[in-house]
Design a protein around this ligand. Structure first.
Ligand SMILES: Nc1ncnc2c1ncn2[C@@H]1O[C@H](COP(=O)(O)OP(=O)(O)OP(=O)(O)O)[C@@H](O)[C@H]1O
Ligand SMILES: [Mg+2]
Length: 465
């Protein structure tokens, strides 16, 4: 107990490492943080072990500068690029009528045993969809309940062995080992869902640099995991090619001028200067209208692909409290409004983790959802029962455990788990900016304007997807 944990989010733009442990009062105490530019990782998959290993080593060594505590366990995020999810179920008899952690472990192991797992895949998560005791279905927490038979229906996440081995090899080259793997969008969901969304269900979409990953909850049960090999870097590539400007300038245009809320009247005569690719001493003028059209096309494409995947999977009609967008690309102004439009007026929120105070790094950022989820997955004492990537039971901390421990001190570097209230990310709409629509509504691009730009660029854009 109270082991020092190293959590690593292997993102395609940055690798983030955090060293943390539970205080005696179970608050998460952040001991050190580090991040490094990500190399050797493409669309969530390790493409060069040596480069990836160097990036991991760099992020971890920065985090270690702040603490001398030896690392006792390590949790690493994996992407849905090489995962397969299946459902299974299991049941066990309860000989003495009382359900203990033992029976819960047994029934989950039984459900795992019953699952048809492809030989070249390894188990990452076995997450209960629902428990059933005798005839009463939908038991949220069977611990200490009475009955003669315990059943469980589970969602099993498996990942390609070779992909996991590549991560382990990269970690080993950095003198680190992996204790646990956690699916990236599952971690994001743990970090950003609020209580209501956790109870009534929601879809969490993490749009990063080169991946879009999402998980769907029906009620409080995880029922779907989706992955698209496309993210915000594709917008940068689109801008770079369409505007004939270097990727660095394209990235700057995206983050500084990307705003889907601006109406065409506001931007059609606005121009910005940008360097020419090949000869950066020469600059050329591009119109903001063109910039917006390019960004709009890519974002619309990503959101539409998610929607059609959810429709195809038959879960679009049961999306609970709606969508929660997170990850770096969810910072794009207007993405919330565009998602609302595409997802037929479902409630859409942009969320980031909150309630985390530490002196090292701001976690209240959409980019931090995965790393915060990894911390909560490993250190939150109130986690639900499930099996981890070692097929070991994650246990709920007993209430008396919590009440008998002494509270060491009010440590501001801790993460207060007593009030896990993710917030809707603040939007940077500057009211004084005359170009912006005060109503915050997404200006509808009329068909003529839309097709004007979109058709011209569509063929070129799809080359990157
Ligand atoms: N305002 C913005 N508009 C659009 N994209 C943005 C904005 N701010 C940041 N981004 C993009 O967010 C991405 C980084 O997000 P994040 O850290 O979530 O990705 P990652 O975890 O490294 O990637 P992945 O999860 O795909 O492996 C970058 O591509 C960056 O350009
Ligand atoms: Mg990410």
């Amino acid at each position: 107990m109270n082991k020092t944990l190293l959590a690593i989010d292997i993102g395609s733009s940055y690798i983030t490492a955090v060293i943390a442990k539970n205080n005696l009062d179970y608050k998460i105490n952040i001991l050190g943080t580090g991040s490094s530019k990500s190399d050797g990782i493409n669309k969530g998959v390790i493409s060069n072990i040596e480069d990836a290993s160097n990036s991991i080593r760099e992020a971890v060594s920065i985090a270690q500068k702040n603490t001398t505590e030896p690392i006792e366990s390590t949790v690493v995020s994996i992407t849905g690029a090489y995962t397969k999810c299946i459902r299974s179920s299991g049941s066990v008899n309860i000989p003495n009528g009382l359900i203990t952690e033992n029976e819960i472990n047994q029934v989950l192991q039984m459900a795992l045993y019953n699952a048809t797992i492809i030989p070249e895949y390894d188990v990452v998560h076995v997450i209960p969809i629902f428990f059933k005791i005798d005839d009463s279905a939908d038991v949220e927490n069977p611990l200490n309940m009475n009955g003669s038979r315990l059943e469980v229906s589970v969602f099993v996440v498996t990942a390609k062995k070779t992909a996991l081995t590549n991560i382990k090899s990269a970690m080993k080259m950095a003198n680190l080992s992996v204790t646990n793997f956690v699916l990236d969008p599952y971690a994001s969901a743990i970090a950003v869902l609020d209580e209501q969304q956790r109870n009534f269900g929601a879809t969490v979409i993490n749009i990063g640099a080169t991946t879009t990953q999402y998980v769907c909850y029906k009620g409080s049960s995880l029922i779907y995991n989706g992955f698209l090999p496309v993210g915000s870097n594709h917008i940068t590539n689109d801008l770079s090619v369409m505007l004939h400007t270097p990727p660095v300038a394209a990235e700057k245009i995206k983050t500084e001028y990307g705003n889907l809320l601006r109406s065409l009247e506001e931007i059609q005569n606005k121009k910005i200067r940008t360097p020419r690719i090949g000869d950066e001493k020469i600059s050329s003028e591009v119109s903001l209208e063109h910039v917006q059209t390019i960004i709009h096309a890519r974002v619309e494409e990503i959101l539409t692909l998610i929607k059609s995947d959810l429709k195809k999977s038959g879960i679009y009609e049961t999306l609970g409290t709606g969508l929660v967008l997170t990850g770096g690309m969810s910072k794009l102004e207007g993405i919330q409004e565009l998602a609302t439009l595409i997802f037929d007026n479902l409630p859409v929120k942009v969320s980031n983790p909150v309630n985390i105070k530490n002196g090292y790094m701001s976690f209240e950022d959409q980019k931090m959802s995965t790393i915060v989820g990894l911390l909560l997955y490993s250190l939150d004492p109130n986690r639900n029962f499930e099996l981890d990537s070692n097929k070991a039971l994650i246990k709920k901390r007993k209430i008396d455990d919590l009440s008998t421990v002494k509270i060491e001190s009010q440590d501001l570097s801790g993460l207060d788990l007593s009030t896990p209230k993710p917030q809707v990310a603040k939007k940077n709409i500057k009211k004084e900016d005359p170009k912006l629509d005060d109503s915050g509504k997404l200006p509808t691009l009329n068909k003529k304007d839309k097709s004007k730009g979109v058709n011209k660029i569509w063929n070129a854009i799809t080359e990157w997807f």
